[in-house]
Design a protein around this ligand. Sequence first.
Ligand code: SAM
Length: 223
Amino acid sequence: MNYDTARKRMIDSQIIGGGITDQRVIEALGKVPRHLFVEEAMAARAYGDSSLPIGEKQTISQPYMVALMSQLLLLKGKEKVLELGTGSGYQTAVLAMLSAHVYTIERIRPLALRARKTLDQLGLLNVNLRIGDGSIGWNDEAPFDAILVTAGAPEIPTTLLEQLDVGGRLVIPIGEHHSQMLVRITKEGDGTFLRENIGECRFVKLIGKQGWNEEDRGTLNTN
Ligand code: SAM
């Protein structure tokens, strides 16, 4: 399997073909070796147009969705970014190439440790990874220029809005268990928030204090 050729095809058909126009995003996805973020048995499918299992009942997101969410954050290179739901670390690697520093949180320890190892192997030094509940954000490092949530939440966690800088963007899937709306929130100069509904999507659950209960089938976690 020639991974470089497969990645080039992915860029042409799924990313540019899918309508992504931010050149920096296209370049980043063209460089990050996605096959290193999945198990070896899955590597041949790494550049296909789909999400894939990464163990612990979690997934690495579809390449187009990674590109779309990255583009929506409007990164120019100097930003401080918070990512919730590190998963395999693939989206983290893309964000690390597009910004100055990425703070990422994963609640499942084995996934976090594997992601850390892969990011280190690639020499991405501008990433801080924490294991825990990301639904409450990373207060010590706030405010952030951009926040990306890569798991579906029942509603927008208020803590994340507080941790967003003025002019900052929060991209998050909001909705029910099996279907959400991808939403971009921008914090305006007067402290108000602009909400844009981008389109339907389907993510695993954001589990935590400002997310779902682990066993939830639809009730909001109010703890
Ligand atoms: N962006 C990832 C990638 O490229 O591999 C995929 C993320 S996966 C769709 C969502 C991740 O969010 C899972 O790994 C899950 O364990 C994690 N997650 C869910 N709730 C979380 C929380 N409260 N804090 C941190 N991580 C959480």
